[in-house]
Design a protein around this ligand. Sequence first.
Ligand code: AMP
Length: 539
Amino acid sequence: MMNIQLTVPSMMERAEKLFKKKQVISRSTKGVDRLTYEEVSKRTRQLSSMLVELGVKRGDRVGTFAWNHHRHLEAYFGIPGIGAVLHTINIRLDPQQIIYVINHAKDKVLLIDECFLPLFEKIHHELTHVEAYIIMSDEPVLSSTSLQPVYHYEQLIEKGNDCYPFIQDLDEQEPAGICYTSATTGKPKGVVYSHRGIYLHCMALGLTDGVGLSEADVAMPVVPMFHVNAWGLPFAAVWFGTTLVMPGPFFTPAILAELIQNEQITIAAGVPTIWLGLLQELENNAYETSSLRALICGGSAAPQSIIQRFEEKFNIPFVHAYGMTETSPLVILSRLKSYQTHQSSDEKFSLKAKQGFIVPGVEMRVIGQQGEVKWNGIEMGELLLKGPWIASEYYEDERTNEAFKDGWLHTGDVVTVDEEGFVKIVDRTKDLIKSGGEWISSVDLENALMAHEAIFEASVIAVPHEKWQERPVACVVVKKEYKNQITKEEIIQFLEPQFAKWWLPDDIIFMEEIPKTTVGKFLKRTLREQVLQHYELKG
Ligand code: AMP
């Protein structure tokens, strides 16, 4: 067979030949921009040419600090299009971490949304390698800024060449992107994505039993473009000619519901907290959502109760998926097998609440205390992964040795696997509650709690215990309409029939809000500190 290099620019080249008329619909601070792929590809080439003009060379890193919109999409292709490396920076990191990742990646140029100018004016003197700032703005003229040298994105690319040729002699193993994990402890760790990895991962997104993304879809990545490349959807959508809808800055559940209704979205992707917000919006106000054929949900465990409400109340198919920054991210996806669709609704929803089975192209092993675990849905072990879109190291980081061993990525996720190969994430290794030599899954307790009609969110953590080593404590946020209407005892009574007695939380703490990570997951480290403080205060 021909040894053809699998590269990112070839995806855009396909779109500009075949899907000129298809659209990228992008919500901005002013309204909604509608660009064709023909326009987007010309603008991408203009950007590529101007980056070269600014001195960006093959292998250089170019950072983006932005919401999901069409200019960010142009950067997704314009940067790798000249052999440079797209560094998508998480806008919710704290300033010290932002400085760290920009300096660690040695970003040479930064593309920044205008709303973040004040932040960069504060930190720019600490950025060691940045030579130019390009500001992505919806305004015709830039507001005055102390950043230097600074360019207005539109004015800059206007001078560019819209036929500029993408780099032709790329090796598929060259880096196309870099993304830092949203670390809950320690410094963020960088994962480099090769052209080949992105290309093959996109193929998996297109599989019918994968995400099944196609030309006929209208896809809305709500997951940020700085969180594992919005799960690869922008790359795949361009390649396949899918209509793309970008939700833009500062969106709310109502904005998402309107976009779904007005743009006839068929597929949308985001973390459970996003879908929980949308669910409440749909329950309170009427929207037309029948175009949706899949809500893809990953990043943390989707409670069965949410899946059931979407499917039963709104007829919206819900697809649970699992992945990590280190895995591009899609590796496990929950779709019922053909002979499982006739099961009772309870059985079906409990299967859908599992993360699912491994996609073609990726291999897994699950290692427990006695070696490889049995596929019986009971034995627990750590999930190990291997495949062409799984990272093999962290970028210039000694923590590589902790996670990458013997050719496998050690995920740090504890799972069970049932007879059908459905993987269920029990917990992060460090979040499992070790009580009297046995393990309690915080995720299982959280899911059960969130199925209670009065509870909006719940997070369960381990607190130290003299006799049992650790015991579970549940932190819950009660829905507004149930405030002061529900007691700890009632919540425990609700859990009792579902769990062994020793699994039941020792305490329920009512909270206004559960602290979250920058990508919307429960921040258990901070929660643990808050709970310990709460007990100290109570004496
Ligand atoms: P990140 O690299 O920020 O995407 O985080 C990856 C981690 O998120 C994984 O190691 C899991 O612990 C967790 N995760 C991702 N998807 C799921 C899911 N569907 N259910 C439970 N945990 C998940």
